[in-house]
Unconditional design. Structure first.
Length: 140
């Protein structure tokens, strides 16, 4: 995913890390990009602005994504952010800078926090739970 611009990035990140991005984050990305970020353990994406299609894919695949103007200028690499989904603030622990993110409507935030659209629909009983696949050794 970041191979061309940042070889080895996947080995550097840890489950629970977040990405701070710039303007129109996700433009031109393929549909599975948001799911891939979530699957490798990214806890949250915070960007100056997020491409609308990419944002919807974040919702659908359960990646918490926030638009926060000025965030890319407020952080340097490896600085730690505290994210509050209660008041939609982003704090840089190193500098103390606190920024206001755009609030995400409750129904969209619920989908993100529930793991995405399908897990939420399963939980609410609108679709049948995903069938568990058999272990590889049991398949013929």
């Amino acid at each position: 995913m970041f191979r061309a611009n940042r070889p080895g990035w996947l080995k550097e990140m840890a489950r629970g890390d977040l990405i701070v991005g710039g303007r129109n984050y996700g433009t031109g990305s393929s549909r599975p990009a948001a799911r891939s970020l979530r699957n490798i353990g990214i806890a949250c994406l915070v960007a100056d602005s997020i491409n609308s299609l990419f944002f919807r894919n974040c919702v659908n695949f359960g990646l918490v994504a926030l638009e926060c103007p000025g965030v890319s200028e407020a952080f340097e690499e490896l600085q730690i952010a505290d994210i509050s989904l209660d008041d939609f603030t982003v704090k840089n622990r190193a500098t103390g800078i606190i920024l206001k993110a755009q609030p995400v409507p409750d129904h969209l935030l619920s989908m993100m926090q529930s793991g995405g659209l399908y897990p939420l629909l399963e939980k609410q009983g609108f679709i049948a739970p995903k069938a568990k696949s058999a272990p590889a050794a049991a398949r013929h």
